[in-house]
Design a protein. Structure first.
Length: 547
């Protein structure tokens, strides 16, 4: 709804988005008069008054009033806007907030090496990618999600060697693979000669040795079995798991190398490489080693050739430490006349436990993080009088997912589960509890036989109006998050809804005897319930009806 109001204001002013903004003093405000005043060398207030006098308000459906204050033009919605907002939410229910932006997009996210379990850094990648996919689907796009499986790098070869020497334990499969990987790396540190065995495995696998290929696939699939189990706990799913080695087998790697050679970009010596110094990238890109094996970037270029042939748009979610790599990949694709990926970079998550390294065995797995958070959630809920383990799991997953996505991707942060579970802070628990509170009010209305809903803008209070305005902005912030590739924008919006609802609840009794007021407030409560539920769903968080 707010999008419609925004578009009306923009159309009447005939100005760019950068001159229109939300304001604490109005529903929308514009600074366009300052720009024009500077050009005309006139006072902004005078220009603003002239602009308002020329606006044809009869062309507007939702603008109720306009005021000029110190050169700012402030717009306010009318009662029809408020009524239409609440009625639309109640009518559309689970469909409220949907857009029809159209288009198709491939989102590649998570893509952690299958040499052990996901740790918290991988988890931020997965949560950001999954949340963005959910938002783009809600915005009306056709979304496909990929997990790109690095099944032929040095780490995987080492994990295979560890498996061949020590086997796999009975632990969760990804943790068992990590044990073998960590153990063989310790052996290699003591006996560097073992590196030759790793290199030999890599070479045999790339050349298609059937027996070795089976061993690689077994280890990789074992790790993925555990990784998928972890992702399932967080309600994260991928449409396809794309194996890196497929692009060696299906000829795409050879195609990329041939295309580079035809463009005169491939330098062949002991190693095959591309020099990007002329494009401001100092580090040369090696695509094939002396022994004939290709590198990760070679196969990734082949994968992106395939993406170009099959998708209009593709987005990669990558850690900030991949910026140089991404720059190299994108520049080579551009030189080949191919479209580079859009990249959503994220900074890393830290824990009080410190830094992480799978190779050295120093990491906190996503499984451990969830278990710790779950135990703390049970403790907190028990203190609040609840012993429902299902709710504790919902709260634990929500705490992690929300905290991992609420911070803008380019900012690092430290996850503290004790703060993430605080029902009084800006957390998922707070939003979930707000939803449960709305459900509780509506249940009590049903029990009392007072189920009628009828919003009445004529009796709306200031805090009720503030809440309804928040509710109207669902699709506005959804579109903003999708356009900017920043799910954090929507997470912040949903928190503002919860805050506005609790402000309303603190000052307003809902189940009053006055029927007109009761029906009016119940309509607002039900509309809030729908917005909170739909919003939490976009964040991959369940909205419990009782807590």
């Amino acid at each position: 709804m707010f999008r419609a109001f925004y578009k009306e204001v923009k159309k009447l002013l005939n100005c760019e988005d950068k001159y229109i903004r939300e304001s604490e003093f109005a529903d929308l405000s514009t600074t366009i008069a300052f720009k024009i005043a500077k050009e005309r060398k006139e006072p902004p207030q005078k220009v603003a008054e002239e602009l308002v006098s020329e606006i044809e308000f009869e062309r507007s459906t939702y603008i109720g009033s306009v005021e000029v204050v110190n050169g700012y033009i402030n717009f306010f919605v009318n009662e029809e806007f408020l009524s239409d907002t609440v009625e639309r939410i109640l009518d559309e229910d689970e469909n409220y907030g949907s857009l029809n932006l159209g288009g198709e997009v491939l989102i590649e996210h998570t893509s952690a090496n299958p040499d052990g379990p996901l740790h918290v850094g991988h988890l931020r990648n997965a949560i950001i990618g999954d949340t963005l996919a959910r938002m783009m689907e809600k915005a009306g796009m056709r979304v496909t999600t990929h997990y790109y499986v690095n099944d032929m790098g040095r780490q995987i070869a080492a994990a295979v060697l560890g498996y061949l020497k020590y086997g796999l334990s009975e632990k969760k499969p990804d943790h068992a693979v990590a044990e073998a990987y960590i153990r063989i790396n310790r052996d290699i540190e003591e006996n560097p000669e073992l590196e030759k065995e790793v290199d030999e495995l890599m070479l045999k696998f790339e050349r298609g040795d059937e027996e070795i290929s089976e061993k690689f696939r077994f280890v990789v699939d074992k790790a993925l079995e555990g990784i998928k189990e972890t992702l399932e706990k967080f309600d994260i799913h991928h449409d396809d798991f794309i194996y890196e080695s497929d692009f060696v087998r299906n000829g795409y790697v050879e195609r990329i190398l041939r295309m580079l050679e035809e463009k005169g970009l491939l330098e062949k010596d002991d190693v095959w490489k591309v020099d990007l110094k002329d494009y401001g990238i100092e580090k040369e890109v090696i695509l094939r080693r002396e022994n004939g094996t290709t590198l990760y970037i070679t196969r990734d270029l082949a994968y992106h050739l395939w993406k170009n042939e099959n998708f209009e748009r593709f987005i990669n979610v990558l850690g900030a430490d991949h910026k140089l790599y991404s720059e190299q990949l994108s520049k080579i694709l551009e030189l080949l006349g191919l479209k580079p990926p859009e990249v959503l970079f994220f900074e890393f998550v830290s824990l009080p436990e410190g830094s992480m390294s799978t190779r050295k065995g120093k990491f906190v797995s996503a499984d451990e993080l969830l278990e710790k958070t779950f135990e703390e959630a049970k403790k907190i809920l028990r203190e609040r009088g609840s012993v429902d383990e299902r709710i504790a799991k919902i709260v634990a997953v929500g705490a992690i997912r929300y905290d991992f996505v609420k911070v803008s991707p380019e900012k690092p942060f430290t996850f503290d589960w004790s703060k993430a579970l605080d029902f009084e802070r800006q957390t998922a628990s707070y939003i979930q509890y707000s939803h449960a509170r709305a459900c509780s009010i509506l249940r009590k209305a049903v029990e009392a036989g007072r189920t009628e809903l009828e919003f009445d803008p004529a009796i709306i209070t200031k805090k009720e109006r503030e809440l309804v305005m928040r509710l109207s902005k669902f699709s506005f912030y959804l579109e903003k998050a999708v356009n900017e590739l920043k799910p954090s924008v929507f997470a912040e919006y949903l928190m503002s809804v919860a805050n506005a609802f609790n402000d309303f609840y603190t000052d307003h009794q809902v189940l009053v005897d006055d029927k007109r007021i009761r029906m009016h407030r119940l309509a607002i409560v039900d509309a809030t319930r729908i917005v909170l539920r739909n919003g939490l769903e976009l964040l991959g968080i369940e909205a419990p009806e009782r807590m």
